[in-house]
Design a binder for this molecule. Structure first.
Ligand SMILES: Cc1cc2nc3c(=O)[nH]c(=O)nc-3n(C[C@H](O)[C@H](O)[C@H](O)COP(=O)(O)OP(=O)(O)OC[C@H]3O[C@@H](n4cnc5c(N)ncnc54)[C@H](O)[C@@H]3O)c2cc1C
Length: 596
């Protein structure tokens, strides 16, 4: 049976030592959140993930969700009680607006905690995650009546939320949406159409489900310019806030899918369901983007969470499983064979996963802290810079973390050999569950295009220039330090390669857009590796500072070893990405479609 231990100490090291928590004191939410509150939230939340959610992960996978003839969906045994405990524990409203019953804690804390919840039980985590995204969209674009009516109960976890974009003919290209909205005399709309693949679309965890639905108002322009966003509850809400009649939206079926079996993925049929406009007519994508951006960060964390839990189980196995002898002589001569952790190739797999995990955790926190700054910094220039960073890095971490998340789950499975393929060890579930994160919330190919086509050129390249400037300034400031310098040279080289790739895109992407499309995946990964390398540099700086202040422990030494490994064996991949992308589109586009 797999197990999970929330890496609370590592998160706290990053918050305190690497990102210097006190530096954020000028942000109102941070001023009211002492570090001991951060510690308490992480350790209590970690315990909840380990003790309540993780034990339901495997049983939830095996049992899955079931739908009855009326379209009601039951979640696996234990999910209902766990959800009740989660909502009553206040975890749902951790970073929620106090005006609607939230605790008003910094956003980064909710993100840090979400890693533990996801690692323990991704299927469960998706119910609150989608609610958080729906809440964010309502908070920004909903009118006061909608906010007052829906936000308090969603913040308390009494009601959950969903996002309804996808239709049978419409996935990536949201301009193809057909679902219709017809104005009613009372100001509401009648929504008719079919949505597919809707996560948490129907379930028995909460008394109401608040669907945020993209639809086209009669007479709206074609394409994405004619798409509007609506709120359509599963159960209509009376003026006094009590629940009224069932709305005309039913779950037509649930998908039988590769993983995340504990999360209901639904076909939702809308048959004149009552809905209310969120934001302006025909500006639905703009409003939905708030939810999609929050969800993209959430899905990035899914890559990290699954990579971490898969690593923990593979590492434990590798220390225990006896096979063969070390190439340099027996390490456990009293036993019939050495534990497989002695073999370089087994270590390669474990080190690759862990060197990703620790830097990715740092990068996740840096991005989440940027979201806090973008929202609350009293300095307008700092707010703008943080917002630029958040926008630039969101597609990078969604695409890179989830690609690594799946690859790492497979590597961890490989550490277990044949046992990794057998259900009872749980590794094959991590592989299956990790796979979807590369697909939903904009498939990773679309993240790469978003980075290259939208985020790089935006505002004359201001965000990317600031990113380069930040790393260059860090290198200039630190590379004279004798202890730190050896860790920085590989980062400097990767940064140079990323800058060359950016120049290549500027020169070649405009004149032939296929060059940009063909380069996009390598560019996103080159970007991700450089950002992870920068995180390792900052981690090493913090470790060396601790050590020179007299601290010494195995965890600190491990971080230096992992940084060296990342620089020696993972960062060099940056050069391959550059070489591939600079070869242009020609080789990739050579075959005519008929030849495939
Ligand atoms: C388990 C699960 C849960 C989901 N949950 C939700 C949910 O809660 N709400 C919701 O609305 N949707 C949800 N989805 C849908 C998901 O977001 C879509 O599957 C995803 O956006 C891709 O759309 P598609 O499947 O139609 O693929 P397509 O759009 O058909 O894409 C197929 C492939 O072509 C590529 N591609 C498409 N267009 C381009 C282009 N212009 N340039 C380059 N490459 C391109 C894509 O990257 C992809 O690899 C879920 C899906 C799954 C599997």
């Amino acid at each position: 049976m797999p197990s999970y231990k929330a890496p609370v100490d590592d998160t706290l090291f990053l918050i305190r030592d690497v990102f210097d928590f006190d530096r954020y004191r000028d942000l109102p939410r941070f001023a009211e959140t002492p570090i001991d509150v951060v510690e308490a939230v992480l350790s209590e939340g970690g315990k909840f993930a380990e003790e309540v959610l993780q034990p339901l992960n495997r049983s939830g996978d095996r049992e899955g969700c079931t739908r009855d003839a009326d379209g009601n969906v039951a979640t696996p045994k234990g999910f209902k009680e766990a959800y009740k405990a989660y909502a009553e524990g206040g975890w749902m409203g951790l970073a929620g607006d106090p005006a609607y019953g939230g605790q008003g804690l910094p956003y980064f804390l909710a993100v840090a905690l979400s890693e533990y919840i996801i690692a323990a039980n991704l299927s469960f985590a998706m119910y609150p995650e989608l609610t958080n995204g729906a809440r964010a969209a309502l908070q920004v674009h909903g009118d006061d009546t909608l906010k007052r009516r829906y936000l308090p109960k969603m913040t308390a976890g009494q009601w959950t939320g969903t996002m309804n974009l996808t239709e049978p003919q419409c996935g990536t290209d949201l301009g193809l949406i057909k679902t219709k909205a017809v104005r009613r005399p009372d100001g509401s709309y009648a929504i008719t159409g079919q949505k597919i693949f809707i996560s948490a679309g129907e379930h028995d965890l909460a008394e109401n489900i608040i669907h945020l639905v993209l639809a086209r108002i009669e007479g709206a322009p074609a394409g994405t310019k004619g798409v509007s966003l609506f709120l359509a509850p599963k159960v209509l809400v009376n003026d006094d806030g009590s629940l009224g009649e069932r709305n005309a939206v039913v779950c037509g079926s649930i998908e039988h899918k590769m993983g995340i079996h504990g999360n209901s993925t639904c076909v939702l049929n809308y048959d004149g369901a009552k809905g209310w406009l969120v934001g302006e007519e025909n500006r639905g994508l703009n409003a939905m983007f708030v939810m999609m951006n929050a969800a993209r960060l959430g899905v990035a964390v899914q890559g990290l969470g699954l990579s971490e839990v898969a690593y923990q189980n593979a590492a434990a196995y590798a220390k225990d499983r006896l096979q063969g002898r070390s190439l340099t002589g027996a390490k456990a001569p009293d036993k019939p064979a050495d534990p497989i952790i002695v073999h370089p190739d087994v270590r390669r797999m474990l080190m690759e996963i862990r060197a990703f995990n620790e830097a990715a955790r740092a990068l996740m926190l840096w991005v989440a802290l940027s979201a806090d700054e973008a929202l609350e910094s009293p300095d307008p220039a700092a707010r703008r810079a943080a917002d630029d960073r958040l926008g630039l890095l969101t597609p990078v971490i969604k695409g890179v973390f989830t690609d690594f998340g799946f690859a790492n789950a497979v590597k961890a499975q490989q550490v277990l050999g044949g046992h990794g393929y057998i259900e009872e060890w749980g590794m094959e579930q991590f592989v299956r569950d990790a796979r979807v994160a590369m697909i939903y919330e904009g498939a990773n190919g679309i993240q790469a295009l978003d980075l290259v086509g939208r985020k790089l050129p935006r505002d004359g390249g201001r965000a990317v220039m600031a990113f380069f400037g930040e790393i260059s300034a860090f290198l200039a400031e630190n590379k004279k330090g004798a202890a730190l310098a050896p860790y920085l040279a590989p980062l400097e080289s990767a940064l140079g390669q990323l800058q060359q790739a950016t120049m290549w895109l500027m020169r070649n992407g405009m004149k032939n857009p296929d060059n940009a499309g063909a380069a996009s995946n390598d560019y996103m990964h080159l970007f991700g590796l450089t950002a992870l390398g920068y995180m390792w540099a900052r981690i090493v700086k913090a470790v060396l500072a601790r050590q020179s202040a007299g601290a010494s422990n195995e965890a600190l030494d491990s971080k230096l070893a992992l940084a060296k490994f990342f620089n020696a064996r993972m960062l060099p991949e940056a050069g391959a990405h550059l070489a591939r992308l600079a070869s242009g589109a020609e080789a990739l586009m050579a075959l005519p479609a008929a030849a495939f």
